[in-house]
Design a protein around this ligand. Sequence first.
Ligand code: F6P
Length: 319
Amino acid sequence: MKRIGILTSGGDAPGMNAAIRAVTRKAIHEGLEVYGINYGYAGLVAGDIFKMDEATVGDIIQRGGTFLYSARYPEFAQEEGQLKGIEQLNKFGIEALVVIGGDGSYHGALRLTEHGYNAIGLPGTIDNDIPYTDFTIGFDTSVNTVLESIDRIRDTATSHERTFVIEVMGRGAGDIALWSGVAGGAEAIIIPEKEFDMKQVANKIRAGRNRGKKHTLIVLAEGVMHADEFAEELGKFGDFHTRVTVLGHVQRGGSPTARDRVMASQMGSYAVELLMQGKGGLAIGIENNKVVSHDILDLFDAKHHSEISLYDLNNDISY
Ligand code: F6P
């Protein structure tokens, strides 16, 4: 194998650039040529492909987003899209690929491997919703961004003795809410993985207020319901001077944390090692602080497990 390609796909995540840098530098260090593919699978099909050298990836480790751009491209699920992509791989002489992204990106990587082009997936998403990895690239940065907002909201909540419902991203997973909620000392964390009772939430707020508590912070995962809806439901159990903050895409941007940069570098480098061993159809992860790989096929049968112990912990220490 002489030449590999790299793309980022799906929603961007801080740390993707660190992963691109690691893949590129490691591959060049090992004597390979590296081609960047812009806009994910859409760019692959369109032939938006260029040769990279070690300098191409200079000055990007600290940047959020992805300098290869990203796109959601469901057309790649169809064989027609895959064959068009393969045509481009042949045209540029690319024999193997590293794909950084979420679930949809892994499907594409598996299909390419089945067509004879080894592809390896790196978990790049703020949602932390990918099985067989404790953390995904971008999650730690996102949690820290949310935490900064929670701390700020706490200031104003206290000044006005208000309740805030803070809606965070995560798609169907509650991980961002769980980690930022515990770190931010939220009185309630509402996630899709756990049923909740609005009356109990209201009683908890009331009990806190009766003890002289000046603020209430509720961190709500977007997979449960919209924050406005939640606030309206809560209002049926009393007037808690509730305000709503939907953090939105601020959670996706910004300079990656050290943890995300280091993890992305480890994963990117390992992906190149695996490709050099002639392996493909694998997803890289981090388990118990060790970089690991699993068959992508196994991921499709598996479910991501959120750290539910954090939910119980929060109930014990935050009231
Ligand atoms: O998967 C990352 C994510 O930010 C989710 O948390 C969120 O639900 C979704 O993407 C938003 O997608 P878009 O950027 O396409 O609006």
